[in-house]
Design a protein around this ligand. Structure first.
Ligand SMILES: Nc1ncnc2c1ncn2[C@@H]1O[C@H](COP(=O)(O)OP(=O)(O)OP(=O)(O)O)[C@@H](O)[C@H]1O
Ligand SMILES: O=P(O)(O)OC[C@H]1O[C@H](OP(=O)(O)OP(=O)(O)O)[C@H](O)[C@@H]1O
Ligand SMILES: O=C(O)c1cccnc1
Length: 489
């Protein structure tokens, strides 16, 4: 029988894991190493769309998953049926209790390549198992929040309404995509379930079908205005924006909305030349005494078209953005990875590295923490410094930061303050973090993004924000690189 999937009331997603996590788990147990304490980092290597930073998202859903890790009897039976898992392993899963420590960068924070977004410490059998869902939740929402943030920035303070549910990749893509879009700065979502689940505002106008159902556009507008006189928004491009849509809208505003004691809210244009049509529409509305009525535009918009039409002088108050936002169409992969960085032996943390011919793919070893360095002068973020877990940055001493590859590129920072980037989500398997609301996250994100220099915020060829290693961590990494390469001489 198929499982019943109930999106709202919670599903058991424990088995949403790559099969190799299970075969490795079984193998770790067979080898007697399943309790070895391991450290994993989740990080990404490149910002999508050539941007300067990403917006962290998905932490709340990650916590929900980790808090609810339980294997059902059916799961155990299914695994037993595979004929490859030991009874010891199956019994471990049956009595599974999450025991890891987990740290993450709070949602809404601007984040950069190569720094750990999530850190997991725990028995290898567990820390390994959660890889798939950590990547899935953070990769998806961070991708969409980052895209939304670009689109919202292009809109230069005008609200952006998220309209993408119908074109999202499946219902989870719509639900969590809506959430991430709000984290990234959208004002509202057309997805009603997103409001119910996350308390994000949902809103909308009307579809062409409303206008088409009635014999004339004027009749359709009248019926709508009668139904919603206090919140009247009309879609004016079904037949002809300037010859029919705008004049009919003005007639109905005069005839029904204003006499009912209200001001009309907006008109929406969903096709044609946005610049020309919005300029003319603005002029006609203003002449008719409706300069307070907002103009909404939609139609396969993204950050580039929005920037273009605003540069052209389009008269737009609000943007509706769907398919290119909810699918991150321009670059739909967020390549976050999850790598083992250390193990514990006799209570000591032993760093581990992954070596590659490709310099970019060599990992940063060790149990780490990250400080964001701000200049006291104007609170702008200067750099992130990745340190070993027991290092403390002394704000009273000048700090030398240097490029981890081009090490001669150095900078001495004075008059700064350093903020640790991570919060702890779980302590020995117990949740210890209260997620803020999605709207609080959006506000926080806007404030943190404001702390980046304009050069980092650029859409094209942004300045590479510094993500540096402390001297101690750089030395550890170098030692590991040298000692591993000696093995192959
Ligand atoms: N002035 C403009 N400058 C840049 N891009 C624009 C401008 N006006 C519209 N666009 C964009 O051009 C693309 C195509 O617009 P067009 O009106 O041809 O759409 P369409 O999909 O053919 O219309 P319809 O919805 O009627 O099928 C859309 O992505 C739209 O956002
Ligand atoms: O274009 P998006 O950014 O995805 O914005 C959402 C689109 O969804 C609706 O279109 P609909 O499904 O009616 O199809 P349409 O493209 O023919 O208008 C709406 O009219 C927008 O065009
Ligand atoms: O409310 C709207 O205007 C809307 C909702 C979904 C998709 N397009 C438009």
């Amino acid at each position: 029988m198929e499982r019943v999937i109930d999106v709202r009331n919670g599903r058991n997603l424990t088995m949403l894991t790559d099969f190799y996590e299970l075969t490795m788990g079984n193998g770790y147990m067979k080898e007697g190493v399943s309790d070895t304490i391991a450290y994993f980092d989740m990080f990404f290597r490149r910002v999508p769309d050539g941007g300067g930073y990403c917006i962290m998202a998905g932490v709340d859903q990650l916590m929900e998953y980790l808090e609810n890790l339980t294997f059902s009897k059916e799961d155990i039976e299914y695994l037993r049926g595979k004929g490859i898992f030991s009874e010891e392993f199956l019994s471990y899963l049956e009595n599974f209790k999450f025991e890891c420590d987990v740290w993450a960068v709070p949602e809404g924070t601007p984040v950069f390549p190569n720094e750990p977004l999530v850190i997991v410490r725990g028995p290898i059998i567990q820390a390994q198992f959660v890889e798939t869902m950590i990547l899935l939740t953070i990769n998806h929402q961070t991708l969409i929040a980052t895209k939304a943030n670009r689109i919202v920035r292009a809109a230069k303070g005008r609200p952006v309404l998220e309209f993408g549910s119908r074109r999202a990749q499946g219902y989870d893509g719509a639900i969590y995509g809506s959430r991430a879009a709000i984290v990234g700065g959208c004002s509202s979502s057309s997805n009603t379930l997103a409001e119910i689940m996350f308390n994000v505002p949902s809103s909308g106008t009307m579809a062409h079908s409303w206008v088409q159902l009635f014999d004339t556009e004027l009749e359709a507008f009248r019926k709508w205005a009668n139904a919603y006189p206090s919140n009247c928004s009309l879609l004016i491009d079904t037949y002809n924006v300037l010859k029919s849509g705008v004049p009919n809208a003005i007639t109905v505003f005069d005839e029904i909305v204003v006499p009912s004691g209200f001001r009309p809210k907006s008109v929406r244009i969903d096709s044609g030349d946005i610049t020309y049509l919005t300029k003319e529409t603005r002029r006609m509305l203003d002449e008719a005494g409706y300069s307070d009525v907002k103009i909404i535009v939609s139609n396969s918009l993204d950050e580039h078209i929005i920037r273009d039409v605003l540069n052209q002088g389009a008269e737009i108050d609000i943007f509706g953005v769907g398919e290119r936002l909810i699918t991150a169409k321009s670059e739909p992969v967020f390549g976050g990875v999850y790598k083992l960085v250390a193990v514990e032996k006799d209570g000591r943390v032993i760093p581990r590295i992954k070596i590659s011919e490709n310099q970019e793919k060599i990992t940063n070893p060790h149990f780490k923490k990250v400080y964001r360095i701000f200049t006291k002068k104007n609170d702008k973020a200067i750099a992130d410094v990745i340190c070993e877990h027991d290092e403390v940055i002394d704000e009273n001493e000048p700090l030398t930061i240097f490029d981890p590859v081009y090490t001669w590129k150095q900078k001495v920072v004075t008059s700064f303050y350093a903020r640790p980037l991570h919060v702890q989500l779980f302590s020995q398997g117990k949740p210890v973090y209260d997620s803020p609301t999605v709207l609080e996250i959006r506000d926080y994100s806007a404030k943190e993004t404001d702390k980046l220099w304009a050069e980092v915020l650029r859409f094209e060829n942004p300045h590479n924000y510094y993500v540096d290693l402390s001297q101690k961590l750089w030395d550890t990494r170098q030692d590991l690189l040298i000692s591993h390469s000696r093995e192959y001489i």
